[in-house]
Design a binder for this molecule. Structure first.
Ligand code: G1P
Length: 293
């Protein structure tokens, strides 16, 4: 039986220091892009890709994420009484989305450690990991594109994108070879990878982007990978170890990615996604055109 991916893991325990003071008392995952919290974009993508179980790795102060995906009786009742049916539908559909599970990461010990927290909930199944900071706007959701690769190869798949210049140092970077032109030349086989190298040490300009489909073996490997600098366990280091046992593919997805974890990226996402909104786009475009830039 080929493996299917039903579970999507969202590491969301980070402190969000880049957005202080906005994140002093609220999680960065709940900052809105137009009218939806950042994390909801990722959750909707996972659902659109066929996942039906969402696992969020949270930490202290992340309660509002759980509340967001839960039923809000008071709000729904109020909207019902005021006959705000459109809003009621929107609010209700969020809690209706799917089965959500939460697990706590007690200490911020890195992305690999966060993923390892989901081990019990995922079990012996292939699963997806989505980093909510990476918002990907695409005709076919990025994770869905990757699902097609997984269905055919039954191997782990990592999303990748070309990043030019020294900015590559902010990413995990891949060393790859082409996978025989499969998937329109978008598929590569990974030889090696390194987390946040100096620009001169980067093996290529292919950056790891926050979408992964992983085989469950990665949990055992992460559990036995020594923590690196600062006591952190990097997912990239775990994947490097997995690579010694299993093939891992890199997939150059089609779509536009915003780094919503960075102020400029957050603003770009806000502007571009607002321009795409049916009810908002024209008026917003007119407004932007009138700005003396
Ligand atoms: C993480 C990963 C990195 C990846 C990046 C994508 O880094 O460790 O390999 O390139 O996400 O957004 P972070 O941005 O959490 O430091």
């Amino acid at each position: 039986m080929p493996m299917k991916v039903c579970k999507a893991v969202f590491p969301a325990a980070g402190l969000g220091t880049r957005f202080l003071p906005a994140t002093k008392a609220q999680p960065k995952e709940m900052l809105p892009i137009v009218d939806k919290p950042i994390i909801q974009y990722g959750v909707e993508e996972a659902l659109a890709a066929g996942c039906d179980q969402i696992i969020i790795v949270t930490g202290r102060g992340k309660q509002s994420i759980e509340d967001h995906f839960d039923v809000s009786y008071e709000l729904e009742k109020m909207l019902e009484e005021r006959k705000k049916t459109d809003l009621l539908k929107i609010v209700h559909s969020i809690s209706d989305m799917i089965h959500m599970a939460y697990v706590r990461q007690k200490e911020a010990l890195g992305l690999g450690h966060a993923v390892l927290m989901a081990r019990e909930l995922v079990g012996q199944e292939a699963f997806a990991v989505l980093l909510a900071d990476d918002i990907i706007d695409a005709q076919e959701p990025c994770l869905k594109q990757m699902m097609r690769v997984f269905e055919e190869t039954q191997c782990s798949v990592i999303a990748t994108q070309v990043v030019e210049g020294p900015a590559i140092s902010a990413y995990g970077v891949l060393d790859v070879k082409p996978a025989d032109g499969r998937f329109d030349g978008r598929l590569f086989e990974i030889n090696s990878m390194v987390e946040k190298p100096k620009p001169e040490d980067a093996p290529s300009n292919l950056a790891i982007i926050g979408r992964y489909i992983l085989t469950p073996r990665v949990f055992e490997i992460l559990a036995s990978t020594p923590h690196g600098s600062g006591g952190e366990l990097q997912l990239t280091d775990g994947l490097m170890a997995l690579l010694r046992e299993q093939r891992i593919y890199a997939y150059v997805y089609e779509g536009r990615r915003y780094d919503a974890g960075d102020k400029l990226g957050f603003l770009k996402a806000t502007v571009e996604l607002a321009l795409k909104r049916e009810e908002l786009g024209d008026k917003f475009r007119e407004y932007l055109k009138g700005l003396k830039l």
